[in-house]
Design a protein around this ligand. Structure first.
Ligand SMILES: [Zn+2]
Length: 69
């Protein structure tokens, strides 16, 4: 089972390679991660960069946590 984010407005989804709780964590702390990303040169894990980029791009849209097999 893979977990990811889905934007209902754009009908796009991403499935970064990580756990559901990590994705939940990232979503809840997007403002913190944004600050960390600003001050680190490629210091974020790839799943985090992928999830962060998606959430950032779809800010203000209806983004849900989804799963797929
Ligand atoms: Zn969107």
């Amino acid at each position: 089972m893979q977990f990811g984010y889905r934007c209902e407005d754009c009908e796009l989804a991403v499935f970064p390679v990580t756990t559901r709780s990590e994705l939940q964590w990232l979503r809840d702390r997007l403002h913190v991660v944004r600050e960390v990303a600003k001050h680190s040169d490629g210091g974020l894990d790839s799943w985090m960069m992928e999830g962060f980029a998606f959430l950032d791009e779809h800010q203000g849209h209806s983004v849900l946590m989804v799963s797929r097999r």
